[in-house]
Write a protein that binds this ligand. Structure first.
Ligand code: ZN
Length: 159
């Protein structure tokens, strides 16, 4: 019973942040039907269908989007080091910290989950610009030369 209560409260936390139903289902094991109903009751509209898997590159078309993605990645890496907890709790904490820093950001929770996936598989990488020390996200944009999102200096990657 307690386990079901935990699953349902976690599902509600994810629904509040408009996570994808497929993601909530995978995380909690609750039925799609229950989740769709809960989503509708909470938001007053139905959850978006589908589970389109994007890459971070699809989320960084403008420099503004790129900066949001980078800030979220920093929040995620922070949440990760601060807490040894379940993956989903880290994602929630990181997203909440991000929204606190950036209340009007366009980046939503499902998109933040795409960034998390790419960070975990090392498809993208957080680095500091050697010129202005701002964070940047490598391999996150459709461009050949990686330039700092803040000072536009070309980023030199030291490996
Ligand atoms: Zn810079």
């Amino acid at each position: 019973m307690l386990e079901l209560f935990y699953k349902q409260s976690l599902a509600i936390e994810l629904i509040k942040r408009k996570a994808r139903i497929a993601m909530i289902q995978k995380t909690t094991g609750l039925s799609i039907k229950w989740l769709r109903k809960a989503f509708r009751e909470y938001h007053g509209f139905s959850a978006r269908a589908g589970n389109e898997k994007q890459s971070t590159i699809a989320l960084t078309r403008t420099n503004r989007n790129y900066k949001e993605a980078t800030i979220f990645a920093v929040c995620y890496r922070n949440a990760e080091t601060l807490m040894r907890r379940k993956e989903v709790d880290i994602a929630i904490d990181a997203f909440d910290a991000f929204k606190k820093i950036h209340p009007y950001a366009h980046l939503d929770f499902p998109e933040a989950c795409v960034i998390i996936d790419d960070l975990k598989t090392n498809a993208i990488e957080l680095v500091k610009c050697s010129h202005c020390a701002c964070w940047n996200l490598l391999n996150a944009r459709l461009c050949i030369k990686e330039r700092c999102g803040t000072c536009k200096t070309q980023i030199e990657v030291m490996r």
